[in-house]
Write a protein that binds this ligand. Structure first.
Ligand code: B12
Ligand code: SF4
Ligand code: SF4
Length: 227
């Protein structure tokens, strides 16, 4: 991909409130599917994400947000990103194409700048625990060099790891990671807990605070999480 096309792609993504988070050249162990109906092997994967609440605010004004059908944010994401992928000749795949799920967290580790966090989500050098994965754009062409793009993820060098102590349910530990059932039980048993408008452990992370979700946005995801 030449610089002019890469710039146009970045602008198209930014207009729709998405971010190109990096990419890599897949190996067989990355479990990346082939491209579209041609089934040509994928030679480059671009990871498309979002951070903060800009995407959620744009979604809130969309027809999907109020049509009463299931999975409105996923349908909105797919509509916008399919158009951009078509325009630039990519095959899009989505984190909600499953089960079985595409291994988006493993792909993010390959794209770089992320570290596994005690909160379960991967933590990004710039966006902290607030980067979400929205799609992967697959290409049969090999382009770009993404392997060493940017700073390492922040968790290994984070002193004190304040995310762990911030969890009121003791659902996080260095040894066992994120205890999903314990977190969910806490939320279900405490309907007025602050966590319902955003995970307190994620909010305690010092990295990427300017990308923290608004309470309305976090509440949307926490409602889905609690069922
Ligand atoms: C199922 C699922 C859940 C389930 C179960 C999660 C679990 N811990 O078991 C539930 C419903 C509980 C859940 C909850 C949430 N989830 Co969720 N979830 C998923 C989903 C759809 C599939 C995950 C999966 O099982 N993949 C299958 C395995 C095989 O894939 P994998 O990538 O190879 O798995 C690897 C990684 O997990 C990685 N990994 C994990 N830990 C570590 C540690 C190390 C050291 C390394 C190297 C790798 C690593 O290694 C695994 C093996 O290779 C993904 C989307 C996706 N397609 O990935 C989102 C996803 C993981 N969830 C996400 C989020 C944000 C959440 C929530 C925080 C949502 C919210 N409420 O805001 C909540 C957590 C609640 C909270 N406290 O806030 C994000 C994480 C973003 C990030 N920066 O990492 C994802 C990627 C969705 C997205 N579109 O961005 N989730
Ligand atoms: S507080 Fe530290 S360990 Fe926890 S997610 Fe943030 S950077 Fe990682
Ligand atoms: S949502 Fe609340 S209970 Fe669950 S991990 Fe975050 S801080 Fe802990």
């Amino acid at each position: 991909m030449d610089l002019a096309r890469a710039t146009r792609l970045s602008k198209a993504l930014a207009r729709a409130r998405f971010i190109a988070l990096g990419g890599f050249h897949p190996e067989p162990e990355d479990r990346v599917p082939p491209c579209g109906s041609t089934l040509r092997p994928t030679r480059t994967l671009l990871l498309i994400g979002s951070a903060g609440s800009a995407l959620f605010d744009a979604f809130s004004a969309s027809p999907e947000a109020s049509d009463g059908k299931p999975d409105p944010l996923d349908r909105y994401t797919a509509r916008l990103l399919r158009d951009i992928a078509d325009e630039f000749g990519f095959t899009p795949v989505f984190p909600f194409d499953g089960p079985p799920w595409h291994p988006f967290q493993a792909w993010a580790m390959r794209a770089g700048s992320f570290s596994p966090s005690p909160v379960g989500v991967l933590c990004h050098a710039t966006f902290g625990p607030w980067a979400a994965f929205r799609a992967a754009f697959l290409s049969p062409e090999r382009f770009g060099t993404f392997e060493a793009n940017g700073a390492p993820g922040p968790c290994p060098s984070c002193e004190g790891k304040p995310c762990i102590a911030a969890c009121p349910a003791d659902a996080l530990s260095l040894e066992a990671g994120y205890d999903v059932p314990r977190c969910r039980e806490h939320l279900k048993a405490n309907r007025d807990a602050t966590c319902h408008t955003g995970c307190l452990a994620r909010r305690a992370c010092p990295i990427g605070r300017e990308f923290a979700q608004t309470e309305r946005h976090a509440g949307f995801h926490m409602k889905a999480f609690c069922g």
